[in-house]
Design a protein around this ligand. Structure first.
Ligand code: NAP
Length: 312
């Protein structure tokens, strides 16, 4: 079967680190063009300054992958759907639940495929942890998600603007695993958000969760953006039967009672593009709003504290 021609919109860090190399290596997709405000093309392919220019010049390209910051995504996705494109979009999907609801309804109305991705969900170790927890139940959960903003978002001022999520931009990856794995709904009980006094989004977040479960599992999360010793992307579950199930490395390593059960390399984006191809075959959308809903609740419930100024 001929490869599907796709355009990438927004040629920033994640497009360059993952989307473009994964498309280059894909059996299902072939890059046809990029849209880049800065005019960044890939492999000498056509580049356009705006999506509208792409849609006018190359109307036969039916697919776009939108890799911009979340603030502009609602507008870009709507525009793509209106132009008759099937759409894959980066996380976090939008800045508000209302925008995401609108995109779901709009894609449905226009009978287009909308695939809203959560890359951390695409790990075999996460699936295995989910299966163990489904069988054994959960007594407690602790999420620790710490990384360096200077390493992962170098110079990206949008992360500090309203709607930029701050440390909740990586933190929502943890929530996307959490909501996928948990066998019952979880809610935000309280949260403490520490903001650099000179910025609009948090740099450190501590969350307590609750559930409607009678056994009242203890569940909490901590996100921090000043970790310079390397990434700590860990979720530790104590199961109902007393086993300790630990996901490390952002969901790539699974330990049970400190014994390594499963470890694999980085295959998240390749798996996402495989899934997109499958959705296109079935002409079916896939949107999971749960992580964004929970994160919105963190901001609704959060007590604010001011911390030291942040400078790059
Ligand atoms: P980034 O490096 O700032 O790139 C985003 C790109 O989008 C910009 O370089 C720009 O590219 C384009 N753009 C279009 N409108 C823009 C606007 N109004 N403001 C800023 N840029 C605009 O960001 P990123 O790290 O790639 O993150 C993009 C999305 O991917 C975010 O939602 C993030 O959560 C997600 N993500 C990031 C990582 C990571 O490691 N950083 C990992 C996974 C997911 P052009 O000049 O080419 O148009």
């Amino acid at each position: 079967m001929a490869k599907r021609r796709i355009a990438v919109i927004g040629v920033g860090k994640i497009a360059q680190d993952q989307h473009l190399p994964v498309i280059d290596a894909s059996d299902d997709f072939e890059l046809a063009a990029t849209v880049s405000m800065r005019g960044l093309s890939h492999n000498g392919l056509p580049v356009f300054k705006t999506p509208a220019e792409l849609y006018a010049a190359l109307p036969d390209i039916g697919l776009v992958s939108i890799c911009t910051p979340p603030g502009i995504r609602h507008q870009y996705v709507r525009e793509a759907l209106d132009a008759g494109k099937d759409v894959m979009m980066e996380k976090p999907p939008t800045t508000t639940i209302s925008e995401l609801d609108d995109l779901i309804a709009h894609a449905q109305r226009l009978d287009r495929v909308l695939y809203q991705t959560w890359h951390s969900q695409y790990n075999a170790a996460v699936d295995r942890a989910k299966a163990i927890i489904a069988e054994q139940g959960v007594k407690s959960v602790r999420i620790d998600w710490r990384e360096s903003v200077r390493k992962w978002h170098p110079g990206q001022d949008w992360v500090w603007e309203p709607g930029g999520f701050g440390v909740c931009d990586p933190g929502i990856n943890a929530l996307s695993i959490f909501t996928k794995v948990m066998p019952f709904p979880v809610f935000v009980e309280s949260a403490k958000l520490t903001f650099p006094a000179n910025r609009q989004t948090p740099i450190d977040v501590e969350i307590a969760f609750k559930s409607g479960q009678l056994h009242q599992p203890r569940m909490s999360a901590g996100f921090n953006w000043l970790e310079e010793s390397g990434e700590i992307w860990t979720i530790r579950f104590e199961t109902g039967t007393g086993d300790v199930v630990k996901l490390e490395g952002g969901g790539r390593r699974l330990l049970v009672n400190d014994q390594l059960v499963l470890e694999h390399g980085d295959a998240e984006y390749a798996a996402m593009y495989d899934h997109f191809a499958d959705l296109l075959d079935r002409h079916q959308s896939d949107v999971d709003a749960a992580p964004l809903r929970l994160m919105s609740d963190v901001f609704l419930m959060g007590a604010r504290e001011n911390g030291p100024d942040f400078e790059w």
